[in-house]
Design a protein around this ligand. Structure first.
Ligand SMILES: *[C@@H]1O[C@H](CO)[C@@H](O)[C@H](O)[C@H]1NC(C)=O
Ligand SMILES: *[C@@H]1O[C@H](CO)[C@@H](O)[C@H](O)[C@H]1NC(C)=O
Ligand SMILES: *[C@@H]1O[C@H](CO)[C@@H](O)[C@H](O)[C@H]1NC(C)=O
Ligand SMILES: *[C@@H]1O[C@H](CO)[C@@H](O)[C@H](O)[C@H]1NC(C)=O
Ligand SMILES: *[C@@H]1O[C@H](CO)[C@@H](O)[C@H](O)[C@H]1NC(C)=O
Ligand SMILES: *[C@@H]1O[C@H](CO)[C@@H](O)[C@H](O)[C@H]1NC(C)=O
Ligand SMILES: *[C@@H]1O[C@H](CO)[C@@H](O)[C@H](O)[C@H]1NC(C)=O
Ligand SMILES: *[C@@H]1O[C@H](CO)[C@@H](O)[C@H](O)[C@H]1NC(C)=O
Ligand SMILES: *[C@@H]1O[C@H](CO)[C@@H](O)[C@H](O)[C@H]1NC(C)=O
Ligand SMILES: *[C@@H]1O[C@H](CO)[C@@H](O)[C@H](O)[C@H]1NC(C)=O
Ligand SMILES: *[C@@H]1O[C@H](CO)[C@@H](O)[C@H](O)[C@H]1NC(C)=O
Ligand SMILES: *[C@@H]1O[C@H](CO)[C@@H](O)[C@H](O)[C@H]1NC(C)=O
Length: 472
């Protein structure tokens, strides 16, 4: 799809695109939590750690653990000898994408199905009416946890915790998805499930691991402050003993991935490997070129366990083939020719004038499931209000055309508002040209009072783009 026709679609629906720049007074601000080391030591004494395991049978896998490394271009990671070794034991995903830059919005997206416009690593929180994968898992009693290396105690909500001898970066909040949600931190049970690597070792030894976990190594081991060489060595050392642990690997799928690539000017594709007992032996050492992105982590868990969805970009995100095959899901073919995923759209977290997008309460995910009823009951009327306003906004930024043709200062919002997919519509993984909307189909769109753009499903977009082209 041509860039110009995307703009035309926006023009046809008569909506303005977002401002090209965000002035500082428009930034949404949050108070930070930055306790001192001595305050942390005190709090640690009373911290509660919970061990939660369960045994719900899934289709394709019964346990999903993801391990995130940092900031590496696809080719660079693919060349690392330790990555090559690991790849021989699993399936390499050759078309797996980060959703924007920098780090934090990618982590946020993996748990919330959207990054809500976040374009920084700043302290931010999602209000308590925004749900996450934890709510989906809870709905069927599927145990979960996060394991964050060097987090000083379970449930820690501070901005960072450095190595107290060298003061090198260690644990950082921006790499911890579930702590970004008030719906998680406002619940003391959930705080007890945000744990560190000491607790991972304990849970493994006790055979009390959860069925879903998000694992973040410290800033040395994940490559952030070091290199992919360190990250790959750490990964091999961490994963190798697990691969021969029958308890851990039984029907388990492990996704080793990166939050984002390093070169912002190129496609935000990241090297990723699926490992574990859920991978059939004959597929070890093979690759899969299906389009996936961080939203696939949520959609795959939904499909495997037959869960409801979040009404966000998880709805249309492709599911990993082991699950797709086990559930007869047909993944979407995504044209990535003009896809970059390298800039955040203008939204709630980077602009105080933008409303919080409603999830699409009427969507059905690739597995045929509907939204979690508890989300619908909070958001249905706001969703309908946003749909009827039909104001264009967007989620994953996919700049059309050659990025070098567009000045960096101005690509952001013009391209974001014109060529992206909708949060309320949940159509992130689709083509690079979702935009514009109409209420007539009742499909997802959402609004922002600041007057940016509307979102909708690919079908609606495609229809409007067609209309736009006919009118021209
Ligand atoms: C820890 O809990 C004890 C007992 O409830 C209480 O007296 C103490 O003040 C708490 N410490 C902190 C740092 O909250
Ligand atoms: C991030 O936070 C810093 C300091 O609080 C602030 O100056 C900056 O404008 C923020 N950036 C964004 C994009 O919110
Ligand atoms: C990990 O968390 C536990 C539980 O709060 C705490 O006792 C322990 O000291 C932490 N470990 C590290 C290495 O910070
Ligand atoms: C957080 O990071 C800052 C800057 O690196 C550092 O000075 C501070 O000691 C860290 N806080 C803790 C609790 O480690
Ligand atoms: C990160 O963890 C490793 C052990 O896994 C440790 O050797 C290293 O010192 C830690 N990094 C920092 C900055 O403390
Ligand atoms: C608190 O979290 C637990 C575990 O995730 C969940 O079962 C419970 O329903 C939550 N409570 C509320 C009030 O959300
Ligand atoms: C794997 O889990 C299944 C049930 O999900 C159980 O029947 C089987 O014994 C387990 N195998 C191992 C090696 O733990
Ligand atoms: C899924 O099924 C297809 C078609 O039978 C097969 O080629 C592929 O290897 C399967 N993938 C997995 C991960 O089982
Ligand atoms: C998938 O489709 C095949 C053939 O149509 C059928 O035999 C199988 O039961 C289906 N599996 C599921 C999980 O629906
Ligand atoms: C969700 O919470 C935000 C922040 O508190 C609020 O502005 C918004 O109106 C709420 N929306 C719904 C549907 O509850
Ligand atoms: C993008 O534009 C640059 C500079 O005009 C050009 O060198 C490059 O070949 C173009 N790339 C593609 C894929 O069109
Ligand atoms: C928009 O669609 C929703 C959902 O189908 C409906 O409830 C609402 O009344 C419609 N609004 C308008 C203005 O047509």
């Amino acid at each position: 799809m041509k860039f110009s026709s995307v703009f035309a679609a926006a023009a046809v629906t008569g909506v303005a695109s977002a401002d090209t720049t965000t002035s500082s007074e428009d930034l949404r601000t949050f108070s930070t939590i930055e306790p001192t080391a001595s305050e942390i030591a005190l709090q640690a004494e009373n911290a509660t750690t919970l061990q939660w395991s369960s045994d719900v049978k899934g289709k394709g896998f019964s346990r999903f653990f993801t391990i995130w490394l940092e900031n590496t271009d696809y080719d660079k990671a693919a060349d690392d000898p330790n990555m090559v070794e690991l790849a021989k034991q699993g399936i390499t995903l050759t078309n797996y994408w980060g959703v924007t830059h920098p780090s934090e919005p990618n982590y946020l997206a993996s748990a919330g199905g959207d990054y809500f416009g976040l374009d920084s690593d700043n302290f931010s929180t999602m209000p308590k009416n925004v749900s996450s994968i934890a709510d989906l898992l809870d709905s069927k009693g599927i145990s979960w946890a996060t394991y964050q290396e060097d987090m000083p105690y379970s449930g820690f909500q501070g901005f960072n915790y450095s190595n107290q001898k060298t003061f090198a970066d260690d644990y950082v909040r921006k790499h911890h998805p579930l702590v970004l949600f008030d719906s998680v931190t406002g619940n003391s049970t959930r705080l007890g499930l945000l744990k560190n690597f000491t607790e991972f070792d304990n849970d493994l030894k006790a055979e009390k691991l959860p069925q879903y976990a998000f694992i973040t190594p410290n800033m040395t081991n994940d490559g952030h402050d070091t290199s992919v060489k360190v990250a790959a060595q750490w990964s091999k050392d961490f994963i190798t003993p697990l691969l021969s642990n029958d308890y851990f690997m039984n029907d388990t799928l492990v996704l080793l991935t990166f939050d984002e690539n390093e070169s912002y000017g190129i496609q935000n594709k990241v090297f990723s490997i699926l490992l574990g007992g859920a991978i059939p032996d004959e597929l070890k050492g093979t690759s899969d070129d299906t389009y996936y992105d961080h939203y696939s982590e949520i959609s795959s868990v939904e499909a495997a366990f037959g869960l409801n969805h979040l009404g966000r970009n998880d709805v249309s995100a492709n599911v990993f083939e082991v699950v797709a095959n086990a559930t007869n899901i047909t993944n979407i073919k995504v044209d990535t020719t003009y896809k970059l995923n390298n800039e955040s759209y203008q939204g709630y977290l980077n602009d105080a004038n933008q409303v919080l997008l409603a999830p699409n309460v009427s969507a059905t995910n690739l597995a045929g499931s509907s939204i979690l009823p508890a989300i619908s009951s909070v958001w249905a009327s706001e969703y309908n209000a946003q749909v009827s306003e039909s104001i264009l906004t967007s989620t994953t930024t996919t700049v059309s055309g050659n990025i070098t043709d567009v000045a960096p200062e101005t690509t952001s919002s013009s391209s974001a508002s014109a060529s992206s997919s909708g949060s309320a519509s949940g159509s992130a993984s689709g083509s690079s040209t979702h935009s514009a909307s109409s209420n007539s189909t009742g499909s997802g769109s959402s609004s922002s009072k600041a007057g940016a753009a509307v979102v909708s499903t690919s079908l609606v977009s495609a229809f409007l783009l067609l209309a736009a082209n006919l009118l021209l």
